[in-house]
Design a protein around this ligand. Structure first.
Ligand SMILES: Nc1nc2c(ncn2[C@@H]2O[C@H](COP(=O)(O)OP(=O)(O)OP(=O)(O)O)[C@@H](O)[C@H]2O)c(=O)[nH]1
Ligand SMILES: [Mg+2]
Length: 246
């Protein structure tokens, strides 16, 4: 994957990453090397940390493909040329990412309203991140529903998953040509923020414009990696003072 952007991490971690940086490298390169080092090491790291991700959103939004490309290392090109059956239930999977045991709860689009209206206790309980995915082109038609869903999620999270960050993927941004894409994504983002405020959403909803189409896929990887990053003791150790890059 080509890494052109720097990743958004908190200031302390960022400083440590800068300290590990060799000449000519970007911060993304440093994280990439740390990840490679850990995944190719002979030593079996085992699970040291765990985290729970809940992924939900309307039907056909791209949730299953996002998860397969990130956690199963499936080539997005291949995935996009295939057909995936719609997710008809709530699917729970356990993935390993470095030394992190990641419990992923994926709520199929057909289950979305039921889960949100019935309280979502089990699905949301103790989640570390809740990711809501919708297709960019659905915005005009479905904006009220999207805002209502996100506001509901933010309120449910207060009691069920108080530590969870809430992430919203405006997905399939590739369907618009570049010039229009950025302006439209900015407009959707501004309307979403205003709508969430009106709807009394609680806490912060982080909004990301995403796509799996090659050339655009970095944002999905960046967001997921930054969510998991905090739970990895390998990366935490690597970031301690005195750690030397091999
Ligand atoms: N253009 C474009 N299409 C995408 C992208 N990601 C996924 N898709 C398409 O979106 C469709 C639905 O993808 P899924 O991952 O099955 O959607 P889902 O959100 O899991 O849908 P449900 O299981 O019904 O909830 C597929 O036909 C994909 O080819 C993307 O980044 N860009
Ligand atoms: Mg699915």
């Amino acid at each position: 994957m080509e890494n052109k952007k720097s990743i958004a991490v908190d200031a302390k971690i960022y400083q440590k990453l800068v300290a590990l940086k060799k000449e000519g490298e970007s911060i993304e390169d440093v994280v990439g090397h740390l990840v490679d080092q850990a995944t190719t090491a002979d030593r079996n790291w085992g699970w040291r940390g765990s985290c729970k991700l809940v992924v939900l959103g309307p039907e056909n939004a791209g949730k299953s493909m996002i998860l397969k490309s990130f956690f199963e290392n499936k080539d997005p090109r291949q995935l996009l040329s295939d057909f995936l059956l719609p997710t008809k239930t709530i699917e729970e999977c356990v993935y390993q990412w470095l030394d992190v045991k990641v419990n992923v709860v994926e709520i199929g689009g057909v289950e979305l309203d039921r889960v949100l209206n019935e309280g979502a206790k089990q699905a949301f309980s103790k989640a570390n991140a809740i990711i809501y995915v919708f297709e960019m082109k659905a915005w005009e038609k479905d904006k009220e529903k999207i805002i209502a869903d996100l506001a509901k999620i933010s309120k449910l999270a207060v009691n069920l998953a108080p530590d969870a960050s809430i992430e919203c993927f405006i997905h399939k941004v590739d369907v618009l040509e570049k010039a229009k894409r950025e302006a439209f994504a900015d407009q959707v983002q501004a309307n979403l923020v205003a709508g969430l405020k009106r709807a009394g959403a609680r806490g912060n909803v982080e909004i990301h414009a995403t796509s799996l189409v090659p050339g655009h896929e970095l944002e999905v990887f960046r967001v997921l990696r930054n969510l998991l990053f905090k739970h990895s003791s390998i990366l935490r150790q690597a970031l301690l003072p005195g750690f030397l890059r091999v």
